[in-house]
Structures are given as C-alpha cells and as structure tokens.
Design a protein around this ligand. Structure first.
Ligand code: PEP
Ligand code: MG
Length: 584
C-alpha cells in the first residue's frame, strides 16, 4: 500500500507519531429485525443488560471526568445515567419490543421519537437535553449491536494515540484522556473553530478540516500527524519516520530558542513598544501564559464554564475561576469576556435549534435576554475585580444599545452586591469586541460608551466575508488578509486613536507572524495571542521597524485581492526580518 498524505488545516503545532484511535461518535445503522413472540422476554432481558452495561460505562467515565475536570463538568454523565434509568423510557422501549421489534430496533425508534420531541419543545430545559439523548442513543446502540467501543476512556496510558474523529463535541472533549491521547485530527473544523482553539489551549498538536479522515483511517494503524503543516501521513516508510523525527528535533530546538525570549521586551527595532497579551481559554493556561512572558490577558474566554456542562455555574464557582487567572497575573490587566455562547460554542444539550446559529441567539444577545444568567456572571466579575486590574469585554456587539443595556445590568449587579454587603468594584472598565462589520463601521459611536476595543478577527473575517469560520470546505476562502477586513481594522484603529481609547487584536490573526506584521502596520500596538504563540510573535516584534510594517500595510490595503495583499506583506516581511522562524 502506498504512503498517503491527508491534507488538512494546521490547527495546533507539533509532530506526533502514533496509532490512530478512531472515534466514530454517530448513531449506528440498525437492521430492521422482526422477532418472534417467543423471543420477546429474552429481548427485554437483553435490553436491560444493555442498559446496565451502559450505566456502568457512564459511571466509569464520570469518575474519570471528576478526577480530570471536576464534579461540575462531570455532571453531564449523571444526566445521561438518569436518562437511561428513566422509567418512562424503559417502559416505552419494552412496549415496542412487545410489538416484535428487536431490542436495538425498539430503542432506536423510541430514541428518534424522543430526540425529535425534545428538540421541538418550547421549554429550554428539555431542548437542552437533546445532545445528552444523542450520546445515550449512540452508547446504548453500540452496546446492543456489539460494535467496537470507540470510547477514548480505556486506552492504556502512554499510548501516544492520535484521536481521529468527525468533530470534537463538548462531551468528547471531557472524555479525552490526556495521558493516552497525544494529538487530535478531525474531519470538521478550521483554524478558528472551537476544536482548534481548544487543541491549542490543551497544547495538543492538531490537524482539522480533513473532511474524510474518519473513513480513510483504521484504528490502530500508525500515522504521522504534523500539526504545523496540517498533514496526516499514513503507512509511513522508514524514511518518512526518520524525517518526522528530524523535524520533531528541529521544532524542539526552535522552541528552546524562542523560550529564551520570554524575559525580553516586545520592542520594535525603531523603539515602539507592542503589548503582548495572552488569550486564556481555560484557567489552567494562565501559568503557561505567564511563563511565556504574557503581559496580561487580552481575552479570557469564559465559555469553558458553560460549554460541555449540564448546568450553568453559580456566582461563587465563577468567582473562583476568574480569581485564579487574575491572581496569576498580579497587577497586570486581565480582560474577561462575558459569555459568548452559541455558534460553535454550545452548552451540553445544545441550544434551541437555529437555521443559522452564527447569526443567531448568541453571545450578548443571549445574555441580555437572560438577565439573571448575565447578572450572575457580572456579580462574579465585579467581585473578582477587587483582586487585580480586571476589565469586562462584551462580545458580538452590533449596536450602542447593547452596550447601554449591558452597562445598566452591570449597575444592577453592583447594586445587588451592595445590598448583600459584598465587596466589589463598581466601576470596572467596559469594552467591546469589534467582531462584526457593524461594530467596526460604528466604532465612532461605540467609542463614547466604552473604555476599550478588542478586535475579534475570527468573527470579523467570518461576518465580513460571509464565510462560516468552522466550515472546512470554505477554509481557503477564510482570508483574514482580505483588503475589506484590513480596511475595517484600520478604520477601527483610527477611531481608537482619535478618541484616545485602547485597541487590541485578540483573534487568531494576531498569533500568525505574517498577519501580526500586517496588524502592527495597520496601527495595532496590543496583540493577544495563544500562550504558545507569544515567543514567536515577540521575535517578530523585535525584528521589525513599525515604519516598514506601516508601508507594507498601506500597500496591502490597496491590493484588490487577499492573495495580492498577502504577497505584498510576505515580500516585505522577508526583506525586513531575517529570522527563518518567521517566514513559514
Ligand atoms: C474572535 O471572534 O476573533 C474572537 C477572538 O472570539 P471567538 O474566537 O471566541 O469567537
Ligand atoms: Mg468572536
């Protein structure tokens, strides 16, 4: 068999050689078997045994999740156990078996009905259970049909496995055994989709957007995953393996070179300071961010408190999560973004079904419509603000009204704390994400109501170019250097400068040296990047002159296409900065 190289999207750097662990998390096909009347009781018994095994399995997974992620995160598995134990479900399936359906067929039919019924429910609580029902549906059928168990739970430690799956759902993410899984490969996803951001947070090499890797690979076969080039090499030859080992060593050496920069300042050759902040998606990352020289947090995503969870976190739990990150940064700024749930960041149980989730009920819209959820978060933030330099960032803003409503709720949250006699800071600076064309165009109007802007290029590119950021088939059309995007960024910078408010970029663009070069040229002096990207971006900053970056960006702004803008910027970057580490 020849070597095959599957090409995907580089999502998180690093090279891993290991066996594939194929995780097919989809409802298996169920044969339409009719059973004899004499077999009914045996079939019901088989169903009960299947249920018992599924519960046992879920208990094991739950225990592990408690150890690795905590009680609250593991609660989704309790929910799934309670679904299987539901008397009505058991009776419905047994009644269906009595109509001469096989156990798996009866269970399949009932689950399809239930999922449909729950998905259409007017009650959010019931709709939120749909993805748990799906997980239970898959798990029980896998057992009843005696299919290979794809759970990543039982892999021996140190397996160095490469998890290959269609997409990484929140409940799968929770089950990831970090001691056995060394890398991730998915059919779905792009550089800016949730799975890619999460892989970088976890420090796991990842390739996403492979489209059909799950149908081309088999569990157990050896592959080379290269998260830097975005490739998966199957049936590698001895030469391929030796080459991978060489590249692994080279990446390690580069890492050492870059690590030496952590104590250096991010100052350009012409003496301009660029502030390098870190994006913190999971509180655990704060330590790495500090070690890599982050000067603060430019974006703390708070969705980890919601995504993959069965219940919303209470005020105290949130306070502790924020406090941990704030304490790690001492007096340095920590910009915390309010819940940006929706789109591809969904709580367990999904979300009300929407035809266009990215244009739907998400982020600030959800928060303003559910003031109790929002105010719980705001109270936790105002309390945590006593511990350091906290700033509140509002996502997906498209109108000034949203900022004003959010500010009114911040005032209410403060009044509630005051009434309770709880220490807090009432005047926390408030800023907005500039991540829609509306916000960029209206930056001048927004400037009067906020203290800072934070440009979210992942969404700004998505909404400006009308390209779904998580659709692997559109990945080549997701071009952050499109002149329309560059112009919106330049416009926002000009407004911020004229109005004297701070502006930074916290989207993935900032982590890429070429794009960071463009951003500095557009006027940005504050970049917030994933912790692992800080040293490389610092190397870039120290190697360039802002005048050259500005000229390059001015020329790119006038380019008719993204490809031409990229070419202009690349030529000037290569001529300006002599480190090969930046020219990839
Ligand atoms: C962005 O949209 O660029 C951003 C930083 O936010 P998120 O990726 O969480 O949507
Ligand atoms: Mg965004």
């Amino acid at each position: 068999m020849p070597i095959t190289v599957l090409k995907g999207i580089p999502a998180s750097p690093g090279i891993v050689v290991g066996p594939v662990h194929l995780l097919r998390w989809e409802v298996p096909a169920v044969p339409a078997t009719v059973i004899g009347l004499d077999d009914v009781e045996a079939e019901i018994e088989r169903l009960r045994i299947g249920f018992a095994r599924a519960i046992e399995r879920l208990r094991t997974i739950r225990e592990r999740a408690v150890r690795t992620a905590g009680e609250a995160e593991a609660a989704i598995f309790e929910v799934q156990i309670s679904i299987i134990q539901d008397v009505e479900l058991q009776e419905r399936v047994e009644r269906t078996i009595r109509q001469q359906f096989s156990a798996e067929r009866a269970f399949d039919v009932v689950m399809l009905e239930w999922r449909d019924h729950f998905a259409r429910s007017p009650h959010a609580m019931l709709r939120e259970r749909v993805s748990d029902l799906l997980d239970v549906h898959i798990r029980v059928l896998t057992i009843l049909l005696d299919l290979p168990d794809h759970d990543p739970v039982d892999l021996p430690k140190g397996t160095n496995a490469i998890l290959v799956t269609s997409d990484l759902t929140p409940s799968l993410t929770l089950q990831l055994d970090r001691e056995a899984i060394a890398a991730i490969a998915t059919d779905a996803g792009t550089r800016t989709s949730h799975v890619a951001i999460l892989a970088r947070s976890l420090g796991l090499p990842a390739v996403v957007g492979l489209l059909d890797a799950t149908s081309k690979l088999r569990s157990g076969e050896q592959v080379i995953l290269d998260g830097t080039t975005g490739t998966l090499t199957t049936r590698p030859s001895a030469t391929e393996l030796a080459d991978a080992a060489t590249r692994q060593r080279r990446e390690e050496k580069e890492g050492e070179t870059l690590a030496r920069l952590s104590g250096e300042d991010a100052i350009t050759r012409d003496g301009q300071r660029v502030t390098l902040f870190a994006n913190v998606d999971l509180p655990d990352e704060a330590e790495l961010a500090v070690a890599n020289g982050a000067e603060g947090v430019g974006l703390m995503r708070t969705e980890f408190l919601v995504v993959g969870r069965a219940a919303m976190p209470d005020e105290d739990e949130q306070y502790e999560a924020y406090a941990g990150v704030i304490r790690a940064f001492g007096t340095r700024p920590v910009i915390i973004r309010t819940f940006d749930v929706g789109g591809d960041k969904l709580p367990v149980g999904g979300w009300p079904h929407e035809a266009n989730p990215f244009l739907g009920w998400r982020a600030i819209r959800m928060c303003l419509d559910q003031p109790e959820i929002f105010k719980t978060q705001l109270r936790a933030l105002l309390r945590a603000a006593m511990l350091g330099d906290v700033r509140i960032n509002l996502p997906l803003i498209v109108t000034v009204d949203e900022v004003r409503q959010a500010r009114a709720l911040i005032a209410e949250a403060s009044a509630e704390l005051k009434a309770r006699g709880v220490a807090h800071r009432a005047d926390v600076p408030v800023g907005v994400m500039i991540e829609t064309p509306a916000a960029a165009v209206l930056a001048g109007s927004l400037a009067g109501d906020v203290q800072f802007f934070s440009i979210g290029t992942n969404d700004l590119v998505q909404y400006t170019l009308a390209v779904d950021r998580s659709n692997a088939s559109l990945a080549s059309r997701f071009t952050p250097l499109h002149p329309a995007v560059l112009r919106l960024i330049r416009m926002s910078c000009e407004v911020a400068e004229a109005r004297g408010i701070s502006i930074g970029v916290c989207g993935e663009m900032a982590s890429d040296p070429l794009m960071a070069f463009a951003l500095i040229g557009l006027g940005i002096r504050q970049l917030s990047v994933s912790p692992i990207a800080i040293p490389r971006v610092k190397l870039l900053v120290r190697g360039l002159r802002t005048g050259v970056a500005t000229e390059a960006a001015d020329a790119a702004l006038l380019a008719p296409t993204a490809a031409e803008a990229e070419q202009i910027l690349r030529e000037r970057l290569v001529a300006e900065v002599d480190s090969e580490l930046l020219h990839a």
